[in-house]
Design a protein around this ligand. Structure first.
Ligand code: THG
Length: 279
């Protein structure tokens, strides 16, 4: 299954035979005071700088999230998307649970972005999926619903199947649905990593869809977060993860190494490019 994203004439393809697609996570005010403050002031210079830095560090796609207290997302998200697209030429992952903000951002995006995200919650399905259809976007489906996040792969798979069914019934192609198998904090639940790995395997085997996750959730509250994030990433790629929302500057090395080992990097092209850039 191959999923195509684009921005103008730039295309990025997500698929199990290809290198893992790196979605840069850093345009996100969570835990970042300076970025939060700049967004409040309507100043997008930090957003532009972060966009440039992540693409230089090897990001294939950039996540754009402006969700913070007192931020009017419907106003700020399209502005942030514009600031990023004026700075770099990569497809975007438009990150909001606010349908009005998503619609405003999708309206002037030139190409096929990924919308991050829809959940199995009735309200989310009813409000977000029609936008995906209307704008021909790709969507990330989170394996959670009105009852929260299940702690077993069986129920996560059921939610994934439900999101897929609803998307297909609206005429959205199967390949335009990517499932987020949800990394949870390992510090809170020692089985969190295993459940996520099992979900990735099953989504791939039983639904045949591409999968993603926000890798850094795994290490929340633990020391040496980068070590945990990167060790986890290697394991997720081993079981079939096809794109990851990550801090590219700290995770690109392990991702390119794992792709190479898994036969997903012909002629070691990406591995060697990443190595040279580190020198
Ligand atoms: N799944 C999907 N989308 C997501 C997530 C997911 N989007 C948001 C998030 N999770 C992924 N993005 C981030 C962005 C930042 C951080 C973690 C995940 C982060 N920030 C540091 C902190 O909070 O301590 C501060 C950043 C810094 O200055 O280095 O960790 O799971 N579909």
């Amino acid at each position: 299954m191959e999923t195509r994203l684009s921005f103008k004439d730039v295309e990025v393809t997500i698929g199990s035979e290809r290198p893992t697609v790196l979605i840069g996570e850093r345009i996100n005010p969570t835990g970042r005071k300076a970025l939060s403050k700049a967004l409040h002031a309507g100043d997008f210079n930090l957003v532009r700088a972060e966009a440039r830095a992540q693409v230089e560090a090897g990001a294939d796609v950039l996540d754009v999230n402006v969700g913070a207290a007192d931020v009017d997302e419907a106003e700020m998200l399209p502005e942030a998307v514009r600031a990023v697209t004026e700075t770099v030429s990569v497809p975007l992952c438009i990150d909001s649970n606010n349908p009005k903000a998503l619609e405003a951002a999708l309206k002037d995006y030139q190409g096929k972005p990924v919308v991050n995200s829809v959940t199995g919650e009735e309200r989310s399905l009813a409000e977000v999926l029609p936008l995906i259809k209307e704008f021909g976007a790709v969507v990330i489906g989170l394996t959670m619903d009105d009852d929260g996040i299940p702690n077993d792969s069986g129920r996560r798979l059921e939610i994934a199947a439900k999101i897929l069914d609803r998307a297909v019934s609206l005429g959205i192609p199967r390949e335009d649905v990517i499932i987020d198998c949800l990394a949870m904090a390992i510090g809170a639940d020692g089985r969190a990593g295993l459940v996520t790995l099992e979900t990735i395997e099953r989504v791939r085997a039983e639904l045949g869809l591409n999968t993603t996750l926000g890798a850094s959730n795994i290490s929340f509250g633990m020391p040496d977060r980068t070590l945990l994030n990167n060790t986890f990433l290697a394991a997720t790629i081993k079981v079939g993860l096809t794109c990851a929302i990550v801090n590219v500057s700290t995770s690109r090395a392990v991702v390119t190494a794992t792709d190479l080992i898994m036969g997903r990097d012909r002629y070691a092209r990406r591995y060697i490019t990443a190595f040279r850039q580190r020198q």
